[in-house]
Design a binder for this molecule. Structure first.
Ligand code: UD1
Length: 341
């Protein structure tokens, strides 16, 4: 029988790509989103790519009764939880907003998992490693005390899941720690659509290239790295989405070796901010207006993944090249222009 996966936050950047990959892999997907940080552009794109309408539930997972009703209506075999706020700076200014939303929604989901028996995949982040002593980081690299409430919620949700798995035998869990997801679907029908001024590098690059922003500011060129800019593990969004299919399959096929497992989702290749900008200009034939400015507070100098565990245990590997990814990011921005967004 076809298994059903609930994708909370399924209308967002990562959720929409995961929905496409899961559906194409043969799973039934139910999308739930409160549209607090996105519109229906990605949902419509998902339906267009798949050539069918997917069930869409407009709801907030902080609402315990609505969450219960959703799990009552659908038989959920696994839930992937994306529905959360994600702006690091905002989380420092408004910690309660982040704690209430990001923790409250996940607790309601875990309560349903406990009540009904369900597999839970949590979208964690490399932010849990803080500034690591050395890269690449493995899943055994110690987590660092978080420097933001956003990062704190990622660590706490990992711990909630670990503890629930330990206590409730009918709950299994995987946390995927994402490095820097970038790019867009090759169809250019879904992608990243930040509200207001983007915090993240690639949407800022594409918005500058298209003329929405006058100048891209590179935060710091005096870091102890080869070219002075920060080093990151930029992972293609479709590659990242596919990792979820492997993780869900591992859970649903009873292949997990422990009730709670953690995997890094990255390429294993560091790229500097400057290298990424230069690659974007080259592959897309556009000239970016950019300049150096002061370091951004809280930025990690250098971090990249050791993805060996995910490669081995999930059978997953990042395959898309930086060039393909940056072409897709640009095609998406051009698509948004056509849509008038
Ligand atoms: C950030 C968060 C991370 C979160 C992720 C979500 C921090 C410390 N980390 O990662 O917890 O999971 O976003 O996607 O905030 N840059 C510029 N100019 C810009 C924007 C970015 O130079 O306009 C640089 C940054 O200084 C950084 C790199 O680009 O070196 C990547 O930045 P960003 O895309 O914001 O991701 P992270 O900071 O790595």
């Amino acid at each position: 029988m076809t298994k059903t996966v609930l994708v909370s936050g399924g209308a967002g950047f990562i959720g929409s790509h995961v929905t496409v990959e899961l559906t194409q892999a043969g799973y039934d997907v139910v999308i739930a989103d409160n549209f607090s940080n996105c519109d229906e552009t990605n949902y419509r794109g998902v339906c267009k790519i798949l050539g069918k309408e997917l069930p869409l539930v407009k709801m907030d997972f902080c609402d315990a009764a609505a969450t219960d009703a959703l799990f009552e209506k659908y038989h959920i075999d696994a839930v992937i939880h994306f529905a959360a706020f994600k702006a690091v700076g905002e989380s420092v200014a408004e910690p309660l907003k982040y704690y209430q939303n990001n923790l409250g929604s996940f607790l309601n989901i875990l309560e349903q998992a406990r009540k009904r028996g369900c597999n839970v995949l949590f979208s964690s982040s490399a932010t849990v490693y803080g500034e690591p002593e050395k890269s690449p980081v493995t899943e055994q690299t110690p987590r660092q005390p978080s420097t933001s409430p956003y990062g704190n919620t990622k660590q706490m949700c990992e711990d909630f899941l670990r503890d629930c798995v330990k206590a409730y035998p009918n709950v299994k869990g995987i946390a995927l720690r994402y490095f820097n997801p970038i790019g867009a679907h090759p169809s250019a029908l879904i992608g990243e659509l930040p509200r207001g001024v983007p915090n993240n590098l690639v949407p800022f690059i594409t918005q500058t290239a298209i003329g929405k922003r006058p100048v891209l500011r590179v935060f710091g060129n005096d870091y102890p790295t080869p070219d002075g800019t920060c080093l990151r593990d930029f992972i293609d969004i479709v590659d990242l989405a596919k990792a979820h299919v492997y993780a869900v399959r591992r859970m649903l096929d009873g292949k997990m070796e422990q009730g709670y497992e953690i995997f890094n989702v990255g390429t294993g290749r560091p790229l500097s901010v400057l290298e990424l900008i230069t690659a974007f200009e080259k592959v897309n034939g556009v000239k970016l207006n950019w300049e150096y400015t002061a370091r951004r507070e809280g930025d990690v100098i250098a971090i990249w993944a050791d993805p060996a565990l995910a490669n081995k245990k999930l059978g997953w590997k990042a395959t898309r090249t930086t060039e393909e990814t940056l072409k897709a990011a640009w095609a998406w921005e051009l698509h948004l222009k056509e849509l008038g967004l």
